[in-house]
Design a protein. Structure first.
Length: 590
């Protein structure tokens, strides 16, 4: 008897064991799909209560799908969203809603605006009680709600209602299902509006400000940064459905998909070229610079071919490659800049890494790879970009301040004499010209003093150019000591100096010139520890004087004429003995 039982009983084969294990796994998954209890639902996301499977070749009817779900032909979702990737087959989903007692209006929404066709069947006791059809491929007014997502509102009777959904899309198959009371759904929309408004407001303000800067200063960094931010904001408005709900609701199937990916080109390309110019990668990383340029040409060109061939999935994949390449290249450029010890490299690299992490999280979540799709992962890209925008704006602001400072320094050097630190001839005329015109209008006194070092050639011959430079600096120092706050001093050329004295008559200027002459004569100059020698100067003064007779009235005189008169007085001082002050014929002030 025992032998007969052993003959009838046999151990299963390896293949049969695998099939048995899979059936048990599917069955256990099916059992784990707990219904959504309307009294207990808190975060509104129902993804973890969802079972799903994908169609293979033939389109299924709802009855076929219900039968397959009943047979356990499904997978249990473990995240708040079912994310399956790009260009995948249509997917069927189901979950149960349990309403213990309250009959209320609820909104069911699939919060991915680019899904093309979504069908939902509400089933009670095995009978379809309602069929709702929508999606991006439908005209706006034909959708169950005129809303940026697929959504509908329904009053669930007490008891169990089964939900069956079929989703079809060529774009990323990310299906976050949310069920909430209508009033809470409206409150959530308002909160989301404030969140997006805050993030977009930051980026648009920075973008527009830098666009204005670009218009005035014509530096590529500001224009590209502006295009980068504004392009990203428009792209975000597009893939969140806000742009199309308002402006392009009826442009046909796949319009949003194409718009999304081409807007990705705009901000990615602008951002990469902005980073190139900001960090000047061409100067120290030419190969990386060329690679960035080729990336911004080849991938968008491939996407354009995809558009003309109507290959949406191909172009979407290229867009995601560009998006991932964008963040990678940002980090690479920041790293090279850091190695070259470029200004702002550390903070640029830090902001790039933070933005890259956020963009990668959102991209992988939408693509259904590794990262769960939820509110946080979906909005991570906006948060990361806003953070990066603020940091980059700080870099640009500091760069602008440094450029302005460098310009001031350059202008100062252009107006200054390198040896004596006084104004040079150009600086003297630039500063004194507007003061001169003011004096003419107000009919005030003004004077010019020209100083020439006596026997300067002999100083150079005796002590060399080094000794000559010391003499020039000593005279310049004495001039600065004697000069008043509003006087304008300059090295006029060679061993000559000039002083412009506003609000000063010729007689007053003569007193100041005499003080200067005496100061220089009283301070011996030493060169290379050789016995100090006495230095003298000859000075010519020209100026106005109220109540005195003169050659011509002030309004008929220009600055060059007065300088020429002071130069004539200087010549007189040089030819009549040196080490003296001579006055030009007085110029009438009124």
């Amino acid at each position: 008897m025992l032998n007969k039982l052993l003959i009838k009983f046999r151990f299963p084969t390896f293949t049969e064991l695998i099939v048995l294990v899979l059936l048990l796994f599917i069955s256990s998954n099916h059992l784990q799909a707990a219904p959504v209890n309307l009294n207990e639902i808190k975060d509104n996301a129902v993804g973890k209560s969802v079972l799903y499977f994908q169609e293979t070749k033939q389109r299924l009817s709802v009855d076929n799908a219900m039968a397959l779900f009943s047979d356990g032909y499904a997978t249990q979702s473990t995240n708040d969203s079912v994310s399956l990737g790009i260009g995948v087959s249509s997917v069927w989903l189901t979950f149960d809603i349990e309403n213990p007692e309250n009959v209320q209006d609820y909104r069911l929404a699939v919060e991915t605006p680019w899904l093309d066709i979504i069908d939902t069947w509400l089933v009670r006791d095995g009978r379809v009680v309602r069929h709702i059809r929508g999606g991006d491929a439908m005209a706006f007014e034909e959708r169950p709600m005129q809303y940026r997502f697929y959504a509908f509102e329904h009053t669930y009777d007490i008891g169990k209602t089964q939900i069956f959904m079929r989703v079809e899309s060529l774009g990323p198959m990310a299906i976050p299902i949310r069920l909430s009371r209508v009033d809470k759904a409206i409150s959530r929309d308002i909160a989301a509006g404030y969140q997006y408004g805050f993030l977009y407001g930051i980026m648009l303000a920075l973008g527009l400000y830098n666009l204005v800067l670009f218009v005035f200063v014509r530096q590529k960094e500001y224009g590209l940064y502006s295009l980068y931010l504004i392009g990203f904001v428009i792209n975000s408005l597009s893939y969140t459905g806000q742009l199309h709900a308002v402006f392009t609701p009826d442009y046909g199937p796949y319009f949003q998909d194409w718009t999304d990916i081409f807007l990705m080109i705009t901000y990615s390309v602008a951002g990469l070229h902005f980073a190139r110019h900001l960090l000047d990668t061409k100067a120290y990383a030419p190969k990386l610079d060329q690679f960035v340029i080729r990336t911004t040409i080849i991938i968008p060109t491939g996407m354009m071919f995809g558009f003309f061939l109507d290959e949406l999935v191909f172009s979407i994949n290229l867009a995601f490659i560009l998006n991932c390449g964008f963040v990678t290249l940002f980090i690479a450029m920041g790293w090279y800049a850091l190695k070259e010890k470029k200004p702002f490299a550390v903070i640029f690299l830090f902001s790039s890494v933070v933005a890259a992490i956020c963009i990668t999280i959102s991209s992988l979540a939408v693509a259904g790879i590794l990262v769960p799709y939820n509110d946080y992962t979906f909005k991570a890209i906006e948060v990361g970009m806003a953070f990066e925008a603020i940091v980059l704006a700080m870099i640009l602001a500091r760069q602008f301040r440094m450029a302005k400072r460098d310009k001031v320094i350059a202008e100062h050097h252009a107006r200054s004499d390198a040896l004596t630190a006084l104004n040079n001839r150009y600086g003297f005329k630039e500063i004194s010209a507007p003061i001169w015109h003011h004096i003419i209008r107000k009919q005030r006194d003004v004077a010019i003093v020209i100083i020439d070092i006596d026997d300067f050639k002999q100083v150079n011959d005796t002590y060399g150019h080094y000794g000559g430079d010391i003499v020039l600096k000593e005279v310049a120092r004495s001039i600065q000591d004697i000069a008043r706050k509003d006087d304008i001093t300059a090295r006029w050329g060679g061993e000559e100096f000039i002083i412009f004295l506003p609000e000063t008559s010729q007689s007053q200027a003569n007193i100041q010139a005499e003080r200067l002459r005496e100061k220089i004569e009283s301070q011996p100059v030493a060169v290379n520890k050789v016995k100090p020698f006495t230095l003298t100067v000859s000075i010519g003064v020209a100026g106005t004087e109220f109540g005195e007779f003169n050659e011509k009235p002030l309004q008929e005189v220009d600055l060059e004429y007065m300088i020429n008169q002071a130069d004539k007085a200087l010549y007189q001082a040089k030819t009549t003995g040196k080490n003296k002050v001579c006055l030009a014929p007085c110029i009438m002030a009124s």
